[in-house]
Write a protein that binds this ligand. Sequence first.
Ligand code: ADP
Ligand code: MG
Length: 348
Amino acid sequence: MSESKTPFTPISTIGEFKLIDRIAEGIECVHSSTIKGIGDDAAVIHTPLHQVITTDLLIEGIHFDLMYTPLKHLGYKAVVVNLSDVFAMNAQPKQILVSLALSNRFSVEAVDELYEGIKAACKKYNVDLIGGDTTASPKGLTICITAIGEAKKEKIVYRNSAKEGDLLVVSGDLGAAYIGLQLLEREKQIFIENPNVKTDLKGHDYTVGRQLKPEARMDIIELLEKFNILPTSMIDISDGLSSEILHICQQSNVGCVLHEEYVPIDPNTYNTALTFNIDPINCALSGGEDYELLFTIRPEDASKIKNHPDLSIIGEIIDANLGVKLHSKGDNYYDLISMGWDNLDADK
Ligand code: ADP
Ligand code: MG
């Protein structure tokens, strides 16, 4: 949370076309399906496979806060959250389009920094940046990213195909990004009250990192392929475990039992949640922004993933008439509800 020392070149001094040239500099498309990238009226793609297309809109002040989000991280995260949706269809992302609306608060250097993150994510996840749009805005920064992926028709996994008897599996651990956000918001308030107080996020690298620089679980898609497991349904966790389980159950017309004791929560997330007076399970259920994968598998596939450190079996799919339940550590059954993260704070 310090004032940036980098120079400030107004975008108006170079103009939109020069800015786009600058963005396009050094971009090489690696996929054979990318016939034409940046530079014409439209990009051109050719593929014999099914195309999976998703888009996300990020608005300053709603989805991100530049007081504690470095632009490079923002660019990286904006790409990652889109790719996560493509992986959640069991598809491989290949191309992205990036559109920006920029107020005069943003310099050429700021756009450079944003694209450093965007390009780093493209490199890491092997996707081509094939175009976008750039416009002025009266206020703030808006980023719209569209991701295009591909998969064989029979490999695409939807939300509406979970079956009774399937097991519910989640990757990684949950709730960390929400705790990271609480820490950043707390430091922001301290900074607003007294800019001379040093920020103290020591020991919180994991949770803050999960908030500022999440990764999409490409590795899990590869793992499932290696284990020869085709999930029966899948979704990525952007809004909290509860709401994603409810999406799968509603769309598949099934019920579910989620066992609290098996929900993976990192010790740092757990302990920090307690210091905020938040029940750690609520961070996992309603925190959101974890970008882990939640999926269902046939019970006969369970032995292939048992004891895998990145995968936890957390529940079972049951008959729709039995509802969607949380089986608590205290051996009680509650209806699983989708609270949304706004209601999480214990002391608000
Ligand atoms: P048009 O006026 O036909 O919309 P533009 O001048 O907006 O064309 O864009 C020229 C090229 O630059 C197109 O290939 C477009 O996809 C690409 N482009 C424009 N803005 C961006 C951006 N922010 N990021 C990546 N590519 C962009
Ligand atoms: Mg345009």
